[in-house]
Design a protein around this ligand. Sequence first.
Ligand code: TXA
Ligand code: MG
Length: 350
Amino acid sequence: MNTIYRCVDADSIDMSVVEEAGTVIRRGGLVAFPTETVYGLGGDALNPSSSKKIYEAKGRPSDNPLIVHIADMDDLDRIAADIPEVAYKLADRYWPGPLTMIFKKRSVVPSETTGGLDTVAVRFPSHPVAQAFIKASGGYIAAPSANISGRPSPTSGEHVRQDMDGRIDMIVDSGPCDIGLESTIIDLSHGAAMMLRPGFVSAEMLREVVGELETDPAVFHETGPDVRPKAPGMKYRHYAPKGKVTIVSGQRDDVIRYIRDRLAANSGKIRTAVLSDSDDAVQYTQADLVGDMGSRDDESSIASKLYDMLRRCDDENIEEIYSEEFDTPQLGQAIMNRLIKAAGHNTIKV
Ligand code: TXA
Ligand code: MG
């Protein structure tokens, strides 16, 4: 398949490109598009054959439901049922933005889109290009992250091109994503509110609106085969680079010493990388790649660089990746959730 590739400036949107993308969707095709979190791989959410194509293009198991993206509050009612009052409060505060809410679904949403579940995940993104594209497409875009299943999510048009060129009809590139980590997911379909995936909207920020909030144990702990994570996507090894990731936690000096020892032991034998904060980066000269994640005071910089760093490790054929811990105030939960999954829970306390 020949993939059409177009750049769109988010500050001055070329509507002819948006219309072109909308036409592809209405005809049942697939378009990758920017959002404030990560790039999405979009298809018509109400067309079962589009959802099937999304699973094929991603190489994703079809029991893993897709998020439906809307661009108008009035469109929520048509796809979701039994919407609780608290959802409107959350929407007032955090929509449009990096929050996904799960509701009981209406029958207009095909089970192909929801992986066979009777619930539907809905998000109203804030990215202006995403909003224009959703409207031009008829209002309902099913979109997972636009990566090949198992690879880190794409945070730039170039990442999308690496994974999706030749597999989908069109890529709309608006440059790097602001946030760089997927949306927070909250389940409102079963009474008590439960966070299924941490994101830019932290648990703390959710509690300010919902009060009581549970967290799915799968967010931070390895669950046995008998425990089913509430978000089916959380059960797959996710966000994974090809190299083995080890998270090293402890006092700063101990962490630096441990990683330096490992680099020295591996030097000349296997290719190594370190994900480090700016202050510590100079300590790791023996690594083949030092991923400087930025200052710990600037957590949004750390979040937005994470997936690009993991992809660079793949580009450089890195076999061992050591990462410092990044437990920052608002985004720390989200950053560590993604890192822990990339590491397959391989954490060393020194
Ligand atoms: O920021 C984001 O959310 C990005 C952009 C493109 O919007 N999308 C994204 O989609 O991250 P995806 O498919 O990579 O992750 C969606 C997660 C999966 O873990 C999936 O299992 C879960 O949401 N999910 C979707 N619908 C669900 C439902 N009805 N019940 C429980 N979990 C659901
Ligand atoms: Mg994904």
